[in-house]
Structures are given as C-alpha cells and as structure tokens.
Design a protein around this ligand. Sequence first.
Ligand code: UD1
Length: 422
Amino acid sequence: MDSIVVTGGAELHGDIPIAGAKNACLTLMPATLLTEEPLTLMNAPRLSDIKTMSLLLQSLGSEVQMLQDGKVIAMSSLGPINTTAEYDIVRKMRASNLVLGPLLAREHQAVVSLPGGCAIGARPMDIHITALEAMGAEIELKDGYLHAKAPGGLKGARVPLRFASVGATENTLMAATLAKGTTVIENAAREPEIVDLAECLTKMGAHIDGAGTDTITIEGVDRLGGATHRVVTDRIELGTYMLAPAICGGEVTCLGGTIDLVGAFAEKLDEAGFSIEENARGLTVARKNGRIRAVDVTTEPYPGFPTDLQAQMMALMCTAEGVSHLEETIFENRFMHAPELMRMGADIEVQGGTATVTGVEQLKGAPVMATDLRASVSLILAGLAAEGETRVNRVYHLDRGYEHVEEKLSAIGAQIERVPGV
Ligand code: UD1
C-alpha cells in the first residue's frame, strides 16, 4: 500500500484549485437511475469513491463514461435496470446506500447490501428505512441485505427524520421525486450538497421547494428527464487546504472557494488568529504573526462546524497556544487520529466525545497510520508543520476523498511525495 512522506517546515505560498464535492457527486450520480435520459455531471472530482459509485451504477445496468480525464461524468440509465446492489461493491463505501431511494422510486423494488465506508462509528440505516417506509415501502433485513419493495409505487407522505441525516435526506428526496403526491421531509439536513442535488433534480423536472432549510417539500411527477449539472465546490477539501497555510505559515488562495460554504469553520479560523479574504478568485488564507490561538469546536450538522473537518482542526490545535476542546457529536468513534498525532508529540486526552488538546511548541515527524479519510489528511497537515519526516502509511482512504493531494500541496511549496507500496 502506498505511503505519503512529508518533510515539515516549509511555508506555503500560491494557489490551490478546489475540486467538485465528493459528497455531492456521490449523491448526484445515483440520480441517473431516476431517468431514462442522459445525466451529465461537470466539475466531478477524480477520486476512487467516484470510481466505486460508477462501478456500482454499471452493475445495475447504467452506462457511465468518464470524459475529460474524469472531470465530466456522462451517465445513461435506459434500462433494463438490475435492482440488486451487491455486497462486494457496497462494502467499499457507505454512500452506495444512495441507490436505495432511486431504485425503489423507479423499479418499485431494491435489494441493497448494508454499506461499509470509514470505520468511524456504527452508522446504521434506520433513518433511511423509516423514511422510505413512511412512503409505503416494505423493507426487511435478510442476510446482510435490505430487501425493499413498494408494490404500486411510493406514495408522498409526511416524513419526519429523528436526526437530520444527510444520506437519509438525499435518499428520501430522490425517492419522493417520482412518488405519487406530496412528500414533506421534516428535520431535513441542510448541507450544500443537498441543495446541489435538489438543483440538479429540478433541472431534471422535479418539483422541490425548501432545499437548504429543514423542511423540504416535493411534489411527485410521473417522469424525470435528462440534465447537465455542475457539481458544487467541495467545502471539505476547501476547509482542509485553508488549514495548510494556517498550520505552516504563508498565504494560499483556494481557487473557487466561497465563504458561504465554510461559514462556521471560517469563524473558528478567524478566532484562532488567521486572516481570510474572499475575492474574485476564491478564498485567500494567511497566518497573521504570532502563535495560533486555541479555540473550542463542537461538530454539528450544517451550518455548524463540519465533522469532516474535525480531524484537520485537531492537527491545527496541536501547536496552538493554550488548551482547546474538540467535541464530536455526529460520529461516536472519530478520534482515531488522536493517538497518531500523539506519536508526533501532540498532547491530547480523549474522554468520550471530547478531545482536550494542549498545544505544544513543535510537533516532531514520525511514522503514523491513516485510519480513515479525514484522519489521513490531518496527519499530512500535522506532518507539514512538524520538524523532520513524517511517513503516513495506509493512505488508500486518502485517495477516496482528495484528488492529487501530493501535486496540489507540492505546487504551493510543501515537501511531500508518494512512495508506492510493495
Ligand atoms: C454524510 C457524508 C459524510 C459526513 C456525514 C455527516 C456523504 C457521502 N458522506 O454521511 O462525509 O461525515 O454526512 O456530515 O455525503 N445515522 C443513524 N441512522 C441512519 C443514518 C445515520 O443513526 O439511518 C447516524 C450515523 O450513524 C451518524 C449520523 O447519523 O452518527 C450522521 O450520519 P449521516 O448524516 O447520515 O451521514 P452520511 O450521510 O452517512
């Protein structure tokens, strides 16, 4: 397995292009199942998770073509459609569960393996199941697969979610576009990726109101058509690279970034002592003079501080002046990067859902292990700030979520290289 070797100490200067959002693309792709006409996505990120979704859709009978080096995804799902999503593909990525709603809407049946993904908690599917059941689906779990059917088709319903789950909101939203009657999703997730999905579905002919708020109303239609849609900017990649000059010093412009995508996160960076400027090219982040100030962070559904930036923020806090508390409320097991950061000299104590980080003057390079997608990149950020060499082993998770990470960071002055595994 490949490793990434980082030598710390260099200040970072220059531009980093930010890709289209992985999490938006992963929910936009299954939308192809809702129409027999072509669906084309522009500004797609080049990531292994996107390849996994493409394999899954192909296994269901969709045609998926990667054009322009993977930046454009041209899909067509004319049929016939196979309604079984096999374990071998689904286990690689939790977002595979996003075919459930579209398959039920189109074919009135689906057999979907329970998903895999990052090992950051239990991540059950109960919210998805309850929502689709409210719309008339009958779902049972057999042999590790969800067997779902909706004889006569899904029906519009009031769907209150017990928690604002991103995936359950997306599955319900897609399913409701072709249901009979009106669906109202209450306590819906409000993430920009959901707004992006709703915009694309609207271009396809869906009737959706309220995406981006906690109540989404969908009037079902008989059929959806094709569309061409540009994937929204990846706010997690944006936040991650905003941290690079923050942690190492220097000034970097994240091209295509906008402040509205990273509001709560940007407020914390401001509190920690960084300057962030929105301009026509993107967001420019610079480290002001002096040490980083410790700040407290609690992860929350959007528009709160994103759980997907918690590990990276912890890397920053490791060398801050003072003590910071990072509270994780979304996933129960998302501090696996903490012991790895401690190998680099960080002072961290984890108790339940809170990590207490006491800043040290300097981190020291060390061999570390990447445990999940965002943990991997937090170790790279820490390595960029550390004295000496850090080798991040087991980086396959990184390739699921960050395209060309070594090239993007070396272009702004980082000393980073990929060492192929044997
Ligand atoms: C999405 C993102 C992921 C991000 C997460 C939270 C994608 C592809 N992934 O994941 O990067 O970290 O949102 O912002 O978009 N839960 C249940 N039952 C359910 C569904 C979820 O208990 O049926 C729990 C999960 O275990 C987790 C929490 O709800 O603790 C949040 O999950 P959810 O919002 O559904 O996240 P994902 O859609 O899986």
